[in-house]
Design a protein around this ligand. Structure first.
Ligand SMILES: Cc1ncc(COP(=O)(O)O)c(C=O)c1O
Length: 361
Protein backbone atom coordinates (compact mmCIF):
# COMPACT_ATOMS: atom_id res chain seq x y z
CA UNK A 1 0.00 0.00 0.00
CA UNK A 2 1.35 3.44 -0.82
CA UNK A 3 1.75 6.09 1.84
CA UNK A 4 0.98 9.82 1.63
CA UNK A 5 3.50 11.61 -0.57
CA UNK A 6 5.83 13.86 1.38
CA UNK A 7 8.15 16.54 0.02
CA UNK A 8 11.44 15.07 -1.16
CA UNK A 9 13.42 17.80 0.61
CA UNK A 10 12.55 16.16 3.93
CA UNK A 11 14.69 13.13 3.11
CA UNK A 12 17.86 13.10 5.12
CA UNK A 13 17.08 16.10 7.30
CA UNK A 14 18.93 15.54 10.55
CA UNK A 15 16.73 15.55 13.64
CA UNK A 16 17.46 18.23 16.22
CA UNK A 17 19.30 16.72 19.16
CA UNK A 18 18.29 18.32 22.45
CA UNK A 19 20.92 18.49 25.19
CA UNK A 20 20.85 15.45 27.42
CA UNK A 21 19.20 15.90 30.79
CA UNK A 22 21.36 14.98 33.78
CA UNK A 23 21.37 11.31 34.73
CA UNK A 24 19.50 11.81 37.96
CA UNK A 25 18.61 8.16 38.34
CA UNK A 26 22.17 6.92 38.38
CA UNK A 27 23.31 10.06 40.20
CA UNK A 28 26.71 11.60 39.73
CA UNK A 29 29.75 10.45 41.66
CA UNK A 30 29.99 13.96 43.11
CA UNK A 31 26.38 14.29 44.23
CA UNK A 32 23.66 16.25 42.42
CA UNK A 33 23.42 16.13 38.66
CA UNK A 34 23.57 19.23 36.45
CA UNK A 35 22.61 19.89 32.85
CA UNK A 36 25.32 21.80 31.01
CA UNK A 37 24.18 20.65 27.60
CA UNK A 38 21.59 23.20 26.39
CA UNK A 39 23.02 26.66 27.17
CA UNK A 40 20.18 27.29 29.54
CA UNK A 41 20.23 29.77 32.38
CA UNK A 42 20.68 27.89 35.67
CA UNK A 43 18.62 30.43 37.59
CA UNK A 44 14.85 30.62 38.08
CA UNK A 45 12.75 33.33 36.38
CA UNK A 46 13.56 36.96 37.20
CA UNK A 47 11.66 38.81 39.97
CA UNK A 48 8.04 39.49 39.02
CA UNK A 49 8.00 36.91 36.23
CA UNK A 50 6.36 34.05 38.09
CA UNK A 51 3.65 36.39 39.33
CA UNK A 52 2.93 37.57 35.78
CA UNK A 53 2.93 34.00 34.50
CA UNK A 54 0.65 32.80 37.28
CA UNK A 55 -1.82 35.58 36.55
CA UNK A 56 -1.82 34.63 32.86
CA UNK A 57 -2.45 31.00 33.77
CA UNK A 58 -5.92 32.01 34.98
CA UNK A 59 -6.92 32.72 31.37
CA UNK A 60 -5.83 29.50 29.69
CA UNK A 61 -9.35 29.11 28.26
CA UNK A 62 -8.64 32.18 26.05
CA UNK A 63 -6.44 32.50 23.00
CA UNK A 64 -3.42 34.74 23.48
CA UNK A 65 -3.12 38.20 21.92
CA UNK A 66 -2.42 37.36 18.28
CA UNK A 67 -0.34 40.50 17.76
CA UNK A 68 1.71 40.18 20.98
CA UNK A 69 0.96 43.88 21.29
CA UNK A 70 2.20 44.59 24.82
CA UNK A 71 5.45 42.72 24.23
CA UNK A 72 5.96 44.33 20.84
CA UNK A 73 5.45 47.82 22.31
CA UNK A 74 7.85 47.07 25.15
CA UNK A 75 10.52 45.79 22.75
CA UNK A 76 10.05 48.70 20.34
CA UNK A 77 10.56 51.16 23.19
CA UNK A 78 13.50 49.25 24.62
CA UNK A 79 15.38 49.22 21.33
CA UNK A 80 14.11 52.50 19.88
CA UNK A 81 12.67 50.89 16.76
CA UNK A 82 9.21 51.14 15.16
CA UNK A 83 6.79 48.56 16.53
CA UNK A 84 6.19 47.46 12.93
CA UNK A 85 9.82 46.29 12.79
CA UNK A 86 9.40 43.86 15.71
CA UNK A 87 8.25 40.33 14.91
CA UNK A 88 7.76 37.85 17.73
CA UNK A 89 7.64 34.09 17.45
CA UNK A 90 7.91 30.71 19.11
CA UNK A 91 11.48 31.06 20.24
CA UNK A 92 14.08 32.65 18.01
CA UNK A 93 14.39 29.33 16.21
CA UNK A 94 10.76 29.70 15.18
CA UNK A 95 11.48 33.18 13.83
CA UNK A 96 14.64 31.90 12.12
CA UNK A 97 12.56 29.27 10.35
CA UNK A 98 10.13 31.97 9.20
CA UNK A 99 13.03 34.08 7.93
CA UNK A 100 14.07 31.22 5.70
CA UNK A 101 10.48 30.55 4.65
CA UNK A 102 9.99 34.14 3.55
CA UNK A 103 13.23 34.31 1.57
CA UNK A 104 14.26 30.88 0.37
CA UNK A 105 12.80 27.91 -1.46
CA UNK A 106 13.98 25.20 -3.84
CA UNK A 107 16.99 26.38 -5.85
CA UNK A 108 17.87 29.12 -3.35
CA UNK A 109 20.89 29.04 -1.08
CA UNK A 110 21.25 29.81 2.61
CA UNK A 111 24.81 30.52 3.72
CA UNK A 112 26.09 30.07 7.26
CA UNK A 113 29.27 29.14 9.09
CA UNK A 114 29.87 25.58 10.12
CA UNK A 115 29.90 24.39 12.73
CA UNK A 116 27.21 26.72 13.99
CA UNK A 117 23.70 26.45 15.42
CA UNK A 118 22.49 23.01 14.50
CA UNK A 119 19.00 24.17 13.57
CA UNK A 120 20.29 26.08 10.51
CA UNK A 121 20.68 23.05 8.23
CA UNK A 122 17.37 21.63 9.43
CA UNK A 123 15.25 24.72 8.83
CA UNK A 124 17.01 25.44 5.54
CA UNK A 125 16.19 22.01 4.17
CA UNK A 126 12.61 22.12 5.42
CA UNK A 127 12.13 25.10 3.07
CA UNK A 128 13.61 23.08 0.23
CA UNK A 129 16.54 25.50 0.02
CA UNK A 130 20.19 24.45 -0.24
CA UNK A 131 22.49 24.90 2.77
CA UNK A 132 25.93 26.37 1.99
CA UNK A 133 28.18 25.69 4.94
CA UNK A 134 31.38 27.70 5.21
CA UNK A 135 33.95 26.19 7.60
CA UNK A 136 35.00 28.18 10.65
CA UNK A 137 38.59 29.40 10.58
CA UNK A 138 41.47 27.92 12.61
CA UNK A 139 40.43 30.00 15.63
CA UNK A 140 36.87 28.59 15.53
CA UNK A 141 35.58 31.94 14.24
CA UNK A 142 33.37 32.84 11.28
CA UNK A 143 35.49 33.13 8.14
CA UNK A 144 33.66 36.17 6.82
CA UNK A 145 35.81 36.50 3.69
CA UNK A 146 35.03 32.93 2.73
CA UNK A 147 31.36 33.51 3.49
CA UNK A 148 31.30 36.56 1.22
CA UNK A 149 33.06 34.51 -1.47
CA UNK A 150 30.33 31.84 -1.12
CA UNK A 151 27.58 34.27 -2.16
CA UNK A 152 26.09 33.48 -5.57
CA UNK A 153 23.10 34.80 -7.48
CA UNK A 154 21.10 32.06 -5.72
CA UNK A 155 21.93 33.26 -2.20
CA UNK A 156 18.87 34.57 -0.38
CA UNK A 157 19.83 34.54 3.29
CA UNK A 158 23.03 34.50 5.36
CA UNK A 159 23.18 33.70 9.06
CA UNK A 160 25.92 35.26 11.16
CA UNK A 161 25.74 33.69 14.61
CA UNK A 162 27.34 36.17 17.01
CA UNK A 163 28.50 34.76 19.40
CA UNK A 164 28.66 31.49 17.53
CA UNK A 165 27.01 28.39 18.94
CA UNK A 166 28.83 26.09 19.79
CA UNK A 167 32.25 27.79 19.80
CA UNK A 168 31.35 31.02 21.65
CA UNK A 169 33.53 33.05 19.28
CA UNK A 170 32.51 36.47 17.96
CA UNK A 171 32.92 38.67 14.94
CA UNK A 172 33.85 42.29 15.64
CA UNK A 173 32.55 45.56 14.25
CA UNK A 174 35.08 46.37 11.54
CA UNK A 175 35.17 42.86 10.03
CA UNK A 176 31.38 42.54 10.13
CA UNK A 177 30.90 45.91 8.44
CA UNK A 178 33.42 44.95 5.75
CA UNK A 179 31.48 41.75 5.21
CA UNK A 180 28.10 43.52 5.08
CA UNK A 181 29.53 45.91 2.48
CA UNK A 182 30.19 42.90 0.25
CA UNK A 183 26.68 41.43 0.57
CA UNK A 184 24.26 42.43 -2.22
CA UNK A 185 21.41 44.55 -0.90
CA UNK A 186 18.80 41.98 -1.98
CA UNK A 187 20.31 39.26 0.23
CA UNK A 188 19.05 39.17 3.82
CA UNK A 189 21.71 38.95 6.55
CA UNK A 190 20.39 37.59 9.83
CA UNK A 191 22.51 38.44 12.86
CA UNK A 192 21.60 35.69 15.31
CA UNK A 193 22.28 37.23 18.70
CA UNK A 194 20.75 34.61 21.00
CA UNK A 195 23.62 35.17 23.47
CA UNK A 196 23.96 38.94 23.06
CA UNK A 197 23.50 39.74 26.75
CA UNK A 198 26.66 37.82 27.69
CA UNK A 199 28.96 39.86 25.44
CA UNK A 200 31.51 41.98 27.31
CA UNK A 201 33.84 42.80 24.40
CA UNK A 202 33.08 46.39 23.36
CA UNK A 203 34.34 45.69 19.84
CA UNK A 204 31.43 43.34 19.18
CA UNK A 205 28.73 45.41 17.53
CA UNK A 206 25.15 45.48 18.68
CA UNK A 207 23.31 44.06 15.69
CA UNK A 208 20.51 46.56 16.18
CA UNK A 209 22.91 49.42 15.34
CA UNK A 210 23.77 47.63 12.09
CA UNK A 211 20.10 46.99 11.31
CA UNK A 212 19.44 50.74 11.62
CA UNK A 213 21.89 51.51 8.83
CA UNK A 214 21.15 48.57 6.54
CA UNK A 215 17.71 47.54 5.23
CA UNK A 216 18.95 44.01 4.46
CA UNK A 217 20.01 43.26 8.05
CA UNK A 218 17.71 41.56 10.56
CA UNK A 219 18.53 40.75 14.17
CA UNK A 220 17.34 37.70 16.08
CA UNK A 221 17.08 37.72 19.87
CA UNK A 222 15.58 35.40 22.43
CA UNK A 223 14.22 35.23 25.95
CA UNK A 224 15.55 31.67 26.28
CA UNK A 225 19.11 32.32 27.39
CA UNK A 226 20.02 35.30 29.61
CA UNK A 227 16.35 35.90 30.49
CA UNK A 228 15.90 32.26 31.48
CA UNK A 229 12.60 31.58 29.71
CA UNK A 230 13.72 28.70 27.46
CA UNK A 231 10.68 26.64 28.39
CA UNK A 232 8.21 29.34 27.37
CA UNK A 233 9.31 29.62 23.71
CA UNK A 234 9.45 33.28 22.89
CA UNK A 235 11.92 35.13 20.70
CA UNK A 236 11.83 37.96 18.19
CA UNK A 237 13.37 39.57 15.16
CA UNK A 238 13.97 43.23 14.49
CA UNK A 239 13.84 43.79 10.75
CA UNK A 240 12.88 46.37 8.17
CA UNK A 241 9.91 46.01 5.89
CA UNK A 242 9.14 44.07 3.81
CA UNK A 243 10.87 41.41 5.96
CA UNK A 244 9.09 42.24 9.22
CA UNK A 245 5.75 42.31 7.46
CA UNK A 246 6.46 38.92 5.85
CA UNK A 247 7.29 37.52 9.29
CA UNK A 248 3.91 38.59 10.59
CA UNK A 249 2.23 36.91 7.61
CA UNK A 250 4.00 33.62 8.21
CA UNK A 251 3.70 33.47 12.01
CA UNK A 252 1.81 30.50 13.38
CA UNK A 253 -1.44 32.13 14.54
CA UNK A 254 -1.48 32.38 18.35
CA UNK A 255 1.91 30.67 18.47
CA UNK A 256 3.24 32.66 21.45
CA UNK A 257 1.17 31.88 24.53
CA UNK A 258 -0.15 34.66 26.76
CA UNK A 259 1.93 33.21 29.54
CA UNK A 260 5.07 33.61 27.43
CA UNK A 261 4.09 37.12 26.34
CA UNK A 262 3.41 38.31 29.88
CA UNK A 263 6.50 36.61 31.29
CA UNK A 264 8.64 38.22 28.59
CA UNK A 265 7.27 41.69 29.39
CA UNK A 266 7.89 41.13 33.11
CA UNK A 267 11.42 39.92 32.32
CA UNK A 268 12.18 43.07 30.35
CA UNK A 269 11.07 45.11 33.35
CA UNK A 270 13.45 43.24 35.67
CA UNK A 271 16.53 44.63 33.97
CA UNK A 272 18.57 45.25 37.13
CA UNK A 273 18.21 41.63 38.25
CA UNK A 274 19.00 40.44 34.73
CA UNK A 275 22.23 42.41 34.61
CA UNK A 276 23.25 41.06 38.02
CA UNK A 277 22.68 37.46 36.92
CA UNK A 278 24.47 37.94 33.65
CA UNK A 279 27.41 39.52 35.48
CA UNK A 280 27.54 36.51 37.79
CA UNK A 281 27.58 34.09 34.85
CA UNK A 282 30.25 36.15 33.08
CA UNK A 283 32.41 35.98 36.22
CA UNK A 284 31.94 32.21 36.26
CA UNK A 285 32.78 32.09 32.55
CA UNK A 286 36.10 33.82 33.21
CA UNK A 287 36.82 31.48 36.09
CA UNK A 288 36.01 28.37 34.03
CA UNK A 289 38.05 29.50 31.03
CA UNK A 290 41.06 30.43 33.16
CA UNK A 291 40.90 27.16 35.07
CA UNK A 292 40.66 25.11 31.86
CA UNK A 293 43.58 27.00 30.35
CA UNK A 294 45.51 26.43 33.56
CA UNK A 295 44.91 22.71 33.08
CA UNK A 296 46.43 22.95 29.61
CA UNK A 297 43.27 23.09 27.48
CA UNK A 298 42.97 25.34 24.45
CA UNK A 299 39.73 27.26 24.88
CA UNK A 300 38.51 29.51 22.04
CA UNK A 301 37.74 33.00 23.32
CA UNK A 302 34.06 32.84 24.30
CA UNK A 303 31.59 35.70 24.68
CA UNK A 304 28.62 33.43 25.37
CA UNK A 305 27.42 31.37 28.33
CA UNK A 306 29.32 28.31 27.17
CA UNK A 307 32.80 27.12 26.26
CA UNK A 308 34.00 24.86 23.46
CA UNK A 309 36.66 22.18 23.67
CA UNK A 310 37.78 20.68 20.38
CA UNK A 311 38.37 17.12 21.51
CA UNK A 312 38.16 15.35 18.16
CA UNK A 313 38.14 11.59 18.66
CA UNK A 314 38.07 11.99 22.45
CA UNK A 315 34.74 13.83 22.37
CA UNK A 316 32.52 10.91 23.34
CA UNK A 317 34.91 9.80 26.11
CA UNK A 318 34.96 13.27 27.60
CA UNK A 319 31.16 13.53 27.52
CA UNK A 320 30.88 10.12 29.17
CA UNK A 321 33.35 11.12 31.89
CA UNK A 322 31.32 14.26 32.58
CA UNK A 323 28.11 12.32 32.77
CA UNK A 324 29.64 9.88 35.19
CA UNK A 325 30.71 12.80 37.37
CA UNK A 326 27.20 14.30 37.36
CA UNK A 327 27.22 16.92 34.58
CA UNK A 328 25.88 16.43 31.07
CA UNK A 329 27.62 18.36 28.30
CA UNK A 330 26.83 18.58 24.58
CA UNK A 331 29.09 16.40 22.43
CA UNK A 332 29.38 16.85 18.66
CA UNK A 333 30.73 13.46 17.65
CA UNK A 334 34.32 13.55 16.44
CA UNK A 335 34.51 17.33 16.80
CA UNK A 336 34.20 18.66 20.30
CA UNK A 337 32.15 19.39 23.35
CA UNK A 338 30.09 22.44 24.22
CA UNK A 339 29.79 23.11 27.93
CA UNK A 340 27.32 25.57 29.39
CA UNK A 341 28.64 27.80 32.16
CA UNK A 342 26.24 27.32 35.04
CA UNK A 343 26.15 27.64 38.81
CA UNK A 344 29.51 27.43 40.62
CA UNK A 345 28.82 23.95 42.01
CA UNK A 346 28.22 22.50 38.54
CA UNK A 347 31.23 24.29 37.09
CA UNK A 348 33.40 22.87 39.86
CA UNK A 349 32.39 19.31 38.92
CA UNK A 350 33.13 20.08 35.29
CA UNK A 351 36.55 21.49 36.12
CA UNK A 352 37.49 18.51 38.29
CA UNK A 353 36.45 16.13 35.52
CA UNK A 354 38.31 18.08 32.85
CA UNK A 355 41.46 18.10 34.97
CA UNK A 356 41.36 14.35 35.54
CA UNK A 357 40.64 13.74 31.84
CA UNK A 358 43.49 16.02 30.78
CA UNK A 359 45.99 14.11 32.91
CA UNK A 360 45.11 10.92 31.06
CA UNK A 361 45.55 12.41 27.58
C1 LIG B 1 22.49 30.64 18.12
C2 LIG B 1 21.12 30.27 18.55
N1 LIG B 1 20.08 30.83 17.94
C3 LIG B 1 18.83 30.54 18.29
C4 LIG B 1 18.58 29.64 19.29
C5 LIG B 1 17.17 29.31 19.57
O1 LIG B 1 16.75 29.69 20.79
P1 LIG B 1 15.19 29.80 21.10
O2 LIG B 1 14.44 29.15 20.00
O3 LIG B 1 15.02 29.09 22.39
O4 LIG B 1 14.92 31.26 21.18
C6 LIG B 1 19.62 29.01 19.95
C7 LIG B 1 19.35 28.01 20.98
O5 LIG B 1 20.16 27.25 21.39
C8 LIG B 1 20.93 29.33 19.56
O6 LIG B 1 21.98 28.75 20.14
Amino acid sequence: MSTPKLRACLDGIPTYKPGRPPATEEGGASGPAFKLSSNENPYPPLPGVLEAATAAAGSFNRYPDLACAALTTELAERFGVPASHVATGTGSVGVAQQLIQVTSGPGDEVVYAWRSFEAYPIITRISGATPVQVPLDADERHDLDAMADAITERTRLIFVCNPNNPTGTVVRRAELERFLDRVPSDVLVVLDEAYREFITDAEVPDGIDLYRERPNVAVLRTFSKAYGLAGLRVGFAIAHDPVAEALRKTAVPFGVSQLAQDAAVASLRAEAALLERVAGLVTERTRVVEALEGQGWTVPETQANFVWLRLGERTADFAAACEKAGVTVRPFAGEGVRITVAEAEANAILLRTAEAFRKEL
